[in-house]
Design a protein around this ligand. Sequence first.
Ligand code: NAI
Length: 333
Amino acid sequence: MVKVVVLGAAGGIGQPLALLLKANPLVTELGLYDIVNTPGVAADLSHIATPAKVVGYLPPDEGLKKVLTGADVVVIPAGIPRKPGMTRDDLFKINAGIVRDLATGIAITAPKAFVLVISNPVNSTVPIVAEVFKKHGVFDPKKIFGVTTLDVVRASTFVSEILGDLGKAPSISVPVVGGHSGVTIVPLLSQSTVPLPSGFAKSDLEALVNRIQYGGDEVVKAKDGAGSATLSMAYAGAEFAAKVIKAIKGEKGIVAPTFVNLASDKASGDALKKEIGQDLEYFSAPVELGPEGVVFINPLGKLTDYEKTLVQAALPELAISIEKGVSFIGSSK
Ligand code: NAI
Protein backbone atom coordinates (compact mmCIF):
# COMPACT_ATOMS: atom_id res chain seq x y z
CA MET A 1 0.00 0.00 0.00
CA VAL A 2 1.47 3.37 -0.98
CA LYS A 3 -0.28 6.68 -0.33
CA VAL A 4 1.07 9.60 -2.34
CA VAL A 5 -0.06 13.14 -1.58
CA VAL A 6 0.29 16.16 -3.88
CA LEU A 7 0.23 19.60 -2.22
CA GLY A 8 -0.61 22.21 -4.87
CA ALA A 9 -2.52 19.58 -6.83
CA ALA A 10 -4.78 21.92 -8.79
CA GLY A 11 -1.93 23.86 -10.41
CA GLY A 12 -0.13 23.72 -13.73
CA ILE A 13 2.24 21.02 -12.47
CA GLY A 14 -0.09 19.54 -9.87
CA GLN A 15 -2.83 18.39 -12.26
CA PRO A 16 -0.73 16.53 -14.85
CA LEU A 17 1.47 15.18 -12.04
CA ALA A 18 -1.62 13.85 -10.27
CA LEU A 19 -2.71 12.27 -13.56
CA LEU A 20 0.62 10.49 -13.99
CA LEU A 21 0.59 9.33 -10.36
CA LYS A 22 -2.98 8.02 -10.80
CA ALA A 23 -1.64 6.04 -13.79
CA ASN A 24 1.13 4.49 -11.63
CA PRO A 25 -0.13 1.02 -10.65
CA LEU A 26 2.00 1.01 -7.47
CA VAL A 27 0.04 3.94 -6.00
CA THR A 28 -2.92 2.70 -3.95
CA GLU A 29 -4.13 6.06 -2.61
CA LEU A 30 -3.66 9.52 -4.10
CA GLY A 31 -4.37 12.49 -1.85
CA LEU A 32 -4.78 15.90 -3.48
CA TYR A 33 -4.61 19.22 -1.65
CA ASP A 34 -4.71 22.80 -2.87
CA ILE A 35 -6.32 26.07 -1.81
CA VAL A 36 -8.64 25.77 -4.86
CA ASN A 37 -10.31 23.17 -7.10
CA THR A 38 -9.08 19.90 -5.58
CA PRO A 39 -12.55 18.31 -5.26
CA GLY A 40 -13.02 18.70 -9.02
CA VAL A 41 -9.57 17.39 -9.92
CA ALA A 42 -10.06 14.44 -7.56
CA ALA A 43 -13.51 13.60 -8.96
CA ASP A 44 -12.17 13.73 -12.51
CA LEU A 45 -9.15 11.50 -11.80
CA SER A 46 -11.20 9.07 -9.72
CA HIS A 47 -12.92 7.79 -12.88
CA ILE A 48 -9.66 6.44 -14.30
CA ALA A 49 -9.51 2.64 -14.07
CA THR A 50 -6.28 2.24 -12.06
CA PRO A 51 -5.82 1.03 -8.44
CA ALA A 52 -5.33 4.38 -6.68
CA LYS A 53 -8.24 5.66 -4.60
CA VAL A 54 -8.33 9.45 -5.08
CA VAL A 55 -9.28 11.94 -2.37
CA GLY A 56 -9.23 15.74 -2.64
CA TYR A 57 -9.22 18.34 0.14
CA LEU A 58 -9.28 22.11 0.55
CA PRO A 59 -8.02 24.03 3.63
CA PRO A 60 -11.31 24.17 5.60
CA ASP A 61 -12.13 21.40 8.11
CA GLU A 62 -8.47 20.47 8.59
CA GLY A 63 -8.07 19.49 4.93
CA LEU A 64 -4.27 19.48 5.15
CA LYS A 65 -4.32 17.17 8.15
CA LYS A 66 -6.82 14.84 6.50
CA VAL A 67 -4.94 14.59 3.22
CA LEU A 68 -1.60 13.97 4.96
CA THR A 69 -2.86 11.25 7.29
CA GLY A 70 -1.13 8.00 6.35
CA ALA A 71 1.00 9.58 3.61
CA ASP A 72 4.09 7.66 2.52
CA VAL A 73 5.22 10.18 -0.11
CA VAL A 74 4.38 13.89 -0.22
CA VAL A 75 5.13 15.87 -3.39
CA ILE A 76 5.06 19.67 -3.16
CA PRO A 77 4.48 21.70 -6.33
CA ALA A 78 2.58 24.46 -4.46
CA GLY A 79 3.62 28.04 -5.08
CA ILE A 80 3.87 30.66 -7.76
CA PRO A 81 5.83 30.00 -10.97
CA ARG A 82 8.15 32.40 -12.82
CA LYS A 83 7.15 35.04 -15.32
CA PRO A 84 9.52 36.36 -18.03
CA GLY A 85 12.48 38.20 -16.50
CA MET A 86 12.20 36.48 -13.12
CA THR A 87 14.83 34.18 -11.62
CA ARG A 88 13.81 31.27 -9.39
CA ASP A 89 15.15 33.27 -6.47
CA ASP A 90 12.58 36.01 -7.16
CA LEU A 91 9.94 33.48 -6.07
CA PHE A 92 11.43 33.14 -2.60
CA LYS A 93 9.33 35.85 -0.96
CA ILE A 94 6.05 34.04 -1.60
CA ASN A 95 7.01 30.40 -1.95
CA ALA A 96 9.16 30.26 1.20
CA GLY A 97 6.12 30.93 3.38
CA ILE A 98 3.93 28.47 1.46
CA VAL A 99 6.51 25.70 1.75
CA ARG A 100 7.11 26.47 5.45
CA ASP A 101 3.41 26.14 6.24
CA LEU A 102 2.97 22.94 4.26
CA ALA A 103 6.14 21.47 5.81
CA THR A 104 4.72 22.25 9.25
CA GLY A 105 1.64 20.23 8.36
CA ILE A 106 3.77 17.31 7.19
CA ALA A 107 5.98 17.46 10.31
CA ILE A 108 2.86 17.22 12.49
CA THR A 109 0.79 14.67 10.57
CA ALA A 110 3.18 12.63 8.39
CA PRO A 111 6.69 13.08 9.84
CA LYS A 112 7.92 9.79 8.42
CA ALA A 113 6.84 10.49 4.83
CA PHE A 114 9.29 11.00 1.98
CA VAL A 115 9.06 14.69 1.02
CA LEU A 116 9.70 15.63 -2.62
CA VAL A 117 10.05 19.39 -3.08
CA ILE A 118 9.30 20.85 -6.50
CA SER A 119 8.43 24.43 -5.43
CA ASN A 120 11.14 26.90 -6.36
CA PRO A 121 13.72 28.04 -5.46
CA VAL A 122 14.52 24.39 -4.68
CA ASN A 123 18.01 25.33 -3.42
CA SER A 124 16.25 27.22 -0.59
CA THR A 125 12.90 25.42 -0.19
CA VAL A 126 14.56 22.08 0.64
CA PRO A 127 16.51 23.64 3.55
CA ILE A 128 13.22 25.28 4.63
CA VAL A 129 11.48 21.89 4.90
CA ALA A 130 14.49 20.47 6.78
CA GLU A 131 14.59 23.36 9.26
CA VAL A 132 10.85 23.07 9.93
CA PHE A 133 11.30 19.35 10.60
CA LYS A 134 14.22 20.12 12.94
CA LYS A 135 12.02 22.56 14.88
CA HIS A 136 9.46 19.80 15.33
CA GLY A 137 12.10 17.24 16.32
CA VAL A 138 11.29 14.94 13.37
CA PHE A 139 14.16 15.71 10.97
CA ASP A 140 15.42 12.73 8.98
CA PRO A 141 17.81 13.94 6.26
CA LYS A 142 17.35 10.66 4.39
CA LYS A 143 13.78 11.52 3.46
CA ILE A 144 13.81 15.09 2.16
CA PHE A 145 14.52 15.59 -1.55
CA GLY A 146 14.69 18.48 -3.98
CA VAL A 147 13.32 17.41 -7.36
CA THR A 148 16.00 18.18 -9.96
CA THR A 149 14.90 15.50 -12.41
CA LEU A 150 13.77 18.03 -15.02
CA ASP A 151 17.37 19.16 -15.52
CA VAL A 152 18.34 15.56 -16.21
CA VAL A 153 15.38 15.04 -18.54
CA ARG A 154 16.32 18.20 -20.45
CA ALA A 155 19.96 17.09 -20.71
CA SER A 156 18.91 13.74 -22.24
CA THR A 157 16.61 15.45 -24.72
CA PHE A 158 19.06 18.16 -25.78
CA VAL A 159 21.89 15.63 -26.26
CA SER A 160 19.61 13.43 -28.39
CA GLU A 161 18.73 16.49 -30.50
CA ILE A 162 22.42 17.13 -31.11
CA LEU A 163 22.82 13.49 -32.14
CA GLY A 164 19.88 14.03 -34.50
CA ASP A 165 17.98 11.11 -32.98
CA LEU A 166 15.22 11.82 -30.44
CA GLY A 167 14.65 8.08 -30.33
CA LYS A 168 17.86 7.82 -28.31
CA ALA A 169 16.63 10.27 -25.63
CA PRO A 170 15.26 7.65 -23.20
CA SER A 171 18.57 5.77 -23.18
CA ILE A 172 20.71 8.88 -22.67
CA SER A 173 21.58 9.61 -19.08
CA VAL A 174 23.66 12.64 -18.08
CA PRO A 175 24.44 13.25 -14.40
CA VAL A 176 23.40 16.80 -13.49
CA VAL A 177 24.81 17.90 -10.15
CA GLY A 178 24.97 20.97 -7.91
CA GLY A 179 21.59 22.60 -7.47
CA HIS A 180 18.51 23.69 -9.36
CA SER A 181 18.94 27.20 -10.75
CA GLY A 182 21.16 28.86 -13.33
CA VAL A 183 24.87 28.31 -12.73
CA THR A 184 24.18 25.85 -9.91
CA ILE A 185 22.90 23.37 -12.53
CA VAL A 186 26.03 21.47 -13.58
CA PRO A 187 25.63 18.85 -16.31
CA LEU A 188 28.50 16.36 -16.46
CA LEU A 189 28.32 15.78 -20.19
CA SER A 190 31.62 13.88 -20.26
CA GLN A 191 29.76 11.14 -18.34
CA SER A 192 26.79 10.94 -20.73
CA THR A 193 25.87 7.29 -21.33
CA VAL A 194 25.80 8.13 -25.05
CA PRO A 195 28.76 10.35 -25.90
CA LEU A 196 28.54 13.60 -27.81
CA PRO A 197 29.81 13.44 -31.41
CA SER A 198 33.59 13.23 -31.66
CA GLY A 199 35.12 16.61 -32.41
CA PHE A 200 32.23 18.42 -30.66
CA ALA A 201 33.55 21.99 -30.40
CA LYS A 202 34.21 23.66 -27.03
CA SER A 203 31.88 26.53 -28.00
CA ASP A 204 29.11 24.04 -28.83
CA LEU A 205 29.67 22.33 -25.49
CA GLU A 206 29.40 25.64 -23.67
CA ALA A 207 26.19 26.44 -25.55
CA LEU A 208 24.75 23.04 -24.61
CA VAL A 209 25.63 23.52 -20.92
CA ASN A 210 24.02 26.96 -21.05
CA ARG A 211 20.88 25.52 -22.65
CA ILE A 212 20.57 22.89 -19.89
CA GLN A 213 21.16 25.53 -17.19
CA TYR A 214 18.64 27.96 -18.65
CA GLY A 215 16.26 25.53 -20.42
CA GLY A 216 13.49 26.64 -18.07
CA ASP A 217 13.77 30.17 -19.50
CA GLU A 218 12.85 28.86 -22.99
CA VAL A 219 9.54 27.67 -21.57
CA VAL A 220 8.93 30.79 -19.48
CA LYS A 221 9.53 32.93 -22.58
CA ALA A 222 7.34 30.81 -24.86
CA LYS A 223 4.49 30.83 -22.32
CA ASP A 224 4.81 34.61 -22.30
CA GLY A 225 3.57 35.33 -18.78
CA ALA A 226 1.41 32.23 -18.37
CA GLY A 227 3.93 30.42 -16.16
CA SER A 228 6.90 28.07 -16.39
CA ALA A 229 7.41 24.40 -17.22
CA THR A 230 4.43 22.35 -16.09
CA LEU A 231 4.01 19.34 -18.39
CA SER A 232 7.70 18.43 -18.62
CA MET A 233 7.97 19.05 -14.87
CA ALA A 234 5.01 16.77 -14.19
CA TYR A 235 6.69 14.07 -16.31
CA ALA A 236 9.97 14.53 -14.43
CA GLY A 237 8.25 14.65 -11.03
CA ALA A 238 6.30 11.48 -11.75
CA GLU A 239 9.49 9.76 -12.88
CA PHE A 240 11.26 10.69 -9.64
CA ALA A 241 8.24 9.74 -7.51
CA ALA A 242 8.05 6.37 -9.30
CA LYS A 243 11.67 5.66 -8.33
CA VAL A 244 11.01 6.65 -4.72
CA ILE A 245 7.97 4.35 -4.61
CA LYS A 246 9.96 1.42 -6.04
CA ALA A 247 12.67 2.02 -3.41
CA ILE A 248 10.05 2.11 -0.63
CA LYS A 249 8.73 -1.20 -1.89
CA GLY A 250 12.20 -2.72 -1.54
CA GLU A 251 13.49 -2.69 -5.12
CA LYS A 252 17.28 -2.61 -5.04
CA GLY A 253 19.68 -0.46 -7.06
CA ILE A 254 17.36 2.52 -7.56
CA VAL A 255 19.46 5.61 -8.36
CA ALA A 256 17.95 9.03 -8.93
CA PRO A 257 19.40 12.52 -9.24
CA THR A 258 18.21 14.75 -6.41
CA PHE A 259 19.15 17.66 -4.13
CA VAL A 260 19.80 16.22 -0.68
CA ASN A 261 21.29 17.02 2.69
CA LEU A 262 24.85 15.73 2.67
CA ALA A 263 24.37 14.35 6.18
CA SER A 264 21.79 11.92 4.75
CA ASP A 265 24.57 9.39 4.32
CA LYS A 266 27.53 10.65 6.30
CA ALA A 267 30.37 8.70 4.66
CA SER A 268 29.39 9.37 1.04
CA GLY A 269 28.24 12.91 1.89
CA ASP A 270 31.61 13.70 3.48
CA ALA A 271 33.40 12.19 0.47
CA LEU A 272 31.39 14.44 -1.84
CA LYS A 273 32.20 17.52 0.28
CA LYS A 274 35.86 16.60 -0.14
CA GLU A 275 35.44 16.27 -3.92
CA ILE A 276 33.88 19.74 -4.22
CA GLY A 277 36.26 21.20 -1.65
CA GLN A 278 33.53 22.88 0.39
CA ASP A 279 31.54 22.02 3.49
CA LEU A 280 28.12 22.58 1.90
CA GLU A 281 25.05 21.24 3.68
CA TYR A 282 23.16 20.33 0.49
CA PHE A 283 24.10 19.27 -3.02
CA SER A 284 22.41 17.48 -5.86
CA ALA A 285 23.89 14.26 -7.23
CA PRO A 286 22.73 10.81 -8.31
CA VAL A 287 21.58 9.17 -5.07
CA GLU A 288 20.88 5.52 -4.33
CA LEU A 289 17.53 5.10 -2.62
CA GLY A 290 16.25 2.41 -0.27
CA PRO A 291 13.11 1.77 1.81
CA GLU A 292 14.32 4.28 4.44
CA GLY A 293 15.47 6.93 1.96
CA VAL A 294 19.01 7.93 0.98
CA VAL A 295 21.41 4.98 1.03
CA PHE A 296 24.43 6.42 -0.78
CA ILE A 297 25.33 9.68 -2.51
CA ASN A 298 27.30 8.94 -5.66
CA PRO A 299 30.62 10.71 -6.11
CA LEU A 300 31.02 13.18 -8.96
CA GLY A 301 33.70 10.93 -10.43
CA LYS A 302 36.17 11.97 -13.10
CA LEU A 303 35.54 15.52 -14.30
CA THR A 304 37.03 17.45 -17.19
CA ASP A 305 38.78 20.73 -16.35
CA TYR A 306 35.76 22.58 -17.76
CA GLU A 307 33.37 20.62 -15.52
CA LYS A 308 35.59 21.34 -12.51
CA THR A 309 35.24 25.06 -13.30
CA LEU A 310 31.46 24.69 -13.54
CA VAL A 311 31.27 22.96 -10.14
CA GLN A 312 33.37 25.69 -8.53
CA ALA A 313 31.20 28.39 -10.16
CA ALA A 314 28.08 26.79 -8.63
CA LEU A 315 29.30 26.77 -5.03
CA PRO A 316 28.98 30.45 -3.99
CA GLU A 317 25.37 30.78 -5.21
CA LEU A 318 24.45 27.40 -3.70
CA ALA A 319 25.84 28.40 -0.31
CA ILE A 320 23.88 31.67 -0.36
CA SER A 321 20.59 30.01 -1.39
CA ILE A 322 20.94 27.27 1.23
CA GLU A 323 21.67 29.82 3.96
CA LYS A 324 18.68 31.91 2.83
CA GLY A 325 16.37 28.93 3.39
CA VAL A 326 17.92 28.01 6.72
CA SER A 327 17.78 31.53 8.12
CA PHE A 328 14.21 32.04 6.88
CA ILE A 329 13.05 29.42 9.36
CA GLY A 330 15.46 30.63 12.00
CA SER A 331 13.86 34.05 11.70
CA SER A 332 10.22 33.09 11.07
CA LYS A 333 7.78 32.19 13.79
P1 NAI B 1 0.70 27.12 -10.58
O1 NAI B 1 0.48 28.52 -10.13
O2 NAI B 1 0.10 26.68 -11.86
O3 NAI B 1 0.22 26.12 -9.45
C1 NAI B 1 0.57 26.26 -8.12
C2 NAI B 1 -0.56 25.74 -7.27
O4 NAI B 1 -0.19 25.90 -5.90
C3 NAI B 1 -1.88 26.52 -7.48
O5 NAI B 1 -2.92 25.62 -7.80
C4 NAI B 1 -2.10 27.19 -6.14
O6 NAI B 1 -3.48 27.31 -5.80
C5 NAI B 1 -1.37 26.23 -5.20
N1 NAI B 1 -1.07 26.82 -3.91
C6 NAI B 1 -0.66 28.08 -3.61
N2 NAI B 1 -0.52 28.22 -2.27
C7 NAI B 1 -0.84 27.03 -1.73
C8 NAI B 1 -0.90 26.55 -0.41
N3 NAI B 1 -0.60 27.33 0.65
N4 NAI B 1 -1.30 25.28 -0.19
C9 NAI B 1 -1.59 24.48 -1.24
N5 NAI B 1 -1.56 24.86 -2.51
C10 NAI B 1 -1.18 26.14 -2.76
O7 NAI B 1 2.31 26.89 -10.61
P2 NAI B 1 3.10 25.68 -11.29
O8 NAI B 1 3.43 26.04 -12.68
O9 NAI B 1 2.38 24.42 -11.01
O10 NAI B 1 4.48 25.74 -10.46
C11 NAI B 1 4.51 25.42 -9.11
C12 NAI B 1 5.92 25.53 -8.54
O11 NAI B 1 6.81 24.60 -9.16
C13 NAI B 1 6.57 26.90 -8.77
O12 NAI B 1 7.22 27.30 -7.60
C14 NAI B 1 7.58 26.65 -9.87
O13 NAI B 1 8.65 27.55 -9.84
C15 NAI B 1 8.03 25.26 -9.50
N6 NAI B 1 8.72 24.53 -10.59
C16 NAI B 1 9.73 23.69 -10.24
C17 NAI B 1 10.44 23.00 -11.19
C18 NAI B 1 11.54 22.10 -10.78
O14 NAI B 1 12.27 21.62 -11.67
N7 NAI B 1 11.72 21.78 -9.52
C19 NAI B 1 10.13 23.15 -12.62
C20 NAI B 1 9.00 23.99 -12.90
C21 NAI B 1 8.34 24.68 -11.90
